[in-house]
Design a protein around this ligand. Structure first.
Ligand code: SAH
Length: 386
């Protein structure tokens, strides 16, 4: 069997419950790309078994701890438990995440369900090599009509893997009708962002709807997730996204759901917020759901400045008594740092804010307690006091 030896720091990470070991903590690798290797600590002690990558900074992704070697039954059991957990959640939607990588003890594997179809992403050399077996186990566990491997995320480049979108089982249509609560969408699993929809915000959209009223601004709206969920409780909705395709979809989705008071604009939110402020426009409810501004640790200061700017401008055009639903999906931005950004925006906007809810990604995207990187989405719901 392949074997990789790690130093004291790598050993300590395993002891503290992390499942990643960095290249800098590997002392000797006797393994091929994508192998499942025995991980040895100091004095040759077996720490566990992990998928090995010869390219990524994350050299090892732990599958099992201790002597026990993972086999096909290990994968089968984890896939089944992940599926059973989602079943138990009683999700009122036909689109949700079935497997959330590390948090289901299946590092670098993502599986989303869209109705009768599955979309999978194998994001490391290890899971990529396992794709045929994973597809078979998924068919065993959920019997879908088709499985699409949506393997075009840029992170695959860090693994030396190519960008590839291919059907690996059955057939998968270019448009899948799904229901999310009371909202119907047509999802394009081949070309939509991520695997088609932003499933991680599902519960936050429902929570946000509880505060929605009056005039709503949904900034960074993609296909209108927040706008469509909240519109029935609002008089008027403005949705803004930079992508023309997303905006076209919002209009289609609004019509499909019989929602007539939604206006969608293809604009840069930074410019649009400035323009709305200049024109003296006001909103009763505002959603800010930008893409991850901090893609790496080094871009953090610039990202925090970006978050501050949009939160500041939003608070200026929010009516007293109104609600701001503000999110970050950068795992480099901690909850505390994000809270600081919002507080500092409030000070500059001369707004007194009450925090009403602190939320995270939906429960089908759980956080692995000992892997802080899996807590990426933070969502604050705040009320601007009169
Ligand atoms: N709120 C959405 C998900 C938003 S994802 C939902 O619930 O489904 C972030 C979106 O921001 C993407 O659709 C992307 O096209 C858009 N975007 C990125 N930069 C932008 C900018 N500067 N101005 C407007 N939209 C932007």
């Amino acid at each position: 069997m392949s074997e990789v030896s790690v130093n004291r720091r790598g050993e300590e990470r395993v002891r503290l419950g992390h499942v990643w070991i960095y290249r800098s903590d590997v002392v000797k690798a006797d393994a091929q790309p994508g192998d499942i290797a025995r991980v040895a600590g100091s004095r040759g002690r077996v720490l566990g078994h992990a998928m090995y990558s010869n390219r990524s900074e994350i050299a090892l992704r732990l599958l099992t701890r201790g002597q026990r070697e993972p086999d096909l039954d290990t994968w089968r059991g984890r896939i089944r438990r992940a599926v059973a957990y989602r079943d138990a959640l009683g999700i009122d939607a036909t689109a949700f995440r079935l497997i959330h990588g590390e948090a289901d003890l299946l590092p670098s594997l993502v599986v989303d369900r869209y109705g009768d179809y599955l979309v999978v992403q194998t994001l490391s050399q290890g899971t990529d090599r396992m794709l045929p077996e994973i597809a078979r186990l998924l068919v065993e566990a959920v019997n879908p009509l088709g499985i699409l491997a949506r393997n075009d995320p840029r992170v695959r480049a860090l693994e030396g893997l190519e960008q590839r979108v291919e059907v690996v089982y059955g057939t998968v249509p270019a448009s899948i009708p799904v229901r999310d609560g009371r909202v119907m969408y047509d999802v394009d699993p081949y070309k939509g962002q991520k695997t088609g929809l932003f499933l991680d915000q599902r519960e936050n959209r429902l929570a946000a709807a509880g505060y929605a009223r009056g005039r709503l601004l949904d900034a960074f709206s993609y296909q209108g997730g927040f706008a469509l969920t909240m519109a029935p409780r609002c008089d008027e909705v403005l949705a803004v996204d930079i992508s023309e395709e997303a905006v076209a979809r919002i209009r289609e989705n609004a019509a499909r759901n019989g929602l007539t008071r939604i206006e969608a604009r293809a604009m840069n939110v930074f410019d649009e917020l400035r323009e709305l402020e200049r024109r003296g426009e006001r909103f009763d409810t505002i959603v800010l759901d930008p893409p991850a501004f901090a893609k790496s640790k080094s871009s953090l200061p610039k990202a925090l400045a970006g978050y501050k700017e949009i939160n500041l401008r939003a608070l200026k055009i929010l009516q007293p008594g109104g609600f701001l639903i503000t999110c970050t999906c950068s795992y480099h931005v901690s909850e505390a740092e994000f809270a600081e950004v919002i507080a500092s925006a409030a000070i500059d906007a001369h707004a007194d804010l009450a925090v009403v809810e602190k939320r995270m990604q939906s429960r089908d995207h759980p956080v692995l307690m000992t892997v802080p990187e899996t807590y990426y989405l933070k969502c604050f719901i705040v009320r601007k006091l009169a």
